[in-house]
Design a protein around this ligand. Structure first.
Ligand SMILES: [Zn+2]
Length: 172
């Protein structure tokens, strides 16, 4: 399915009045900061979110997003693809709703001079902070083994009789 691009900015108050929901993508061409934070690749980000007003009248924009970036494994120094998914719950800072009025469960976000929030940029930020400080492959995918057992190599492997030799003996 070809996902439509979500708007880069949106008027959350207007969208909340209309209870708008969005499903789409942020084109990776828009994600230069995320690309810089990766090892050279980031996918489009798939996004789903809805705008609404809670019982207190706080405008909220809640949703989730997924994408993939390339990172350099800090154990084997090879590149790998890491999928990232984030959840968010934003509340715009307005004249009526200052930072102290917004419940802690929401992330207060600034609006621009048109009352818009930079939704695509906010989601890109979520991805950037989700990149692990020390990226590493899953152990089973990494070319460097997690547990070295140097000096503890089981020598009995070499001393074990060749099963074919045993068969040969049995045949005699
Ligand atoms: Zn690795």
């Amino acid at each position: 399915m070809q996902l439509v691009k979500i708007p880069l900015t949106l008027d959350p108050i207007k969208a909340a009045k209309m209870r708008s929901t969005y499903e789409g993508r942020i084109d990776n061409a828009q994600l230069s900061r995320l690309l810089d934070a990766s090892a050279g690749f980031c996918s489009d980000i798939q996004v789903q979110f809805s705008c609404d007003t809670d019982e207190q009248g706080t405008v909220i924009v809640t949703g989730h997003a997924q994408g993939e970036v390339s990172l350099t494994c800090q154990r084997c120094m090879h590149e790998y693809k890491q999928s990232i998914s984030v959840e968010f719950c934003y509340s715009p800072l307005t004249e009526k709703f200052k930072e102290d009025d917004i419940p802690d469960i929401y992330d207060p976000v600034d609006v621009d001079e048109n009352g818009h929030i930079a939704i695509a940029e906010l989601i890109e930020d979520e991805f950037i902070v989700s990149i692990p400080f020390f990226p590493m492959h899953d152990v089973e995918d990494c070319s460097v083994e997690q547990d070295y057992t140097l000096g503890e190599i089981d020598e009995s492997v070499e001393e074990r009789p060749n099963p074919f030799a045993v068969l040969q003996k049995l045949k005699k």
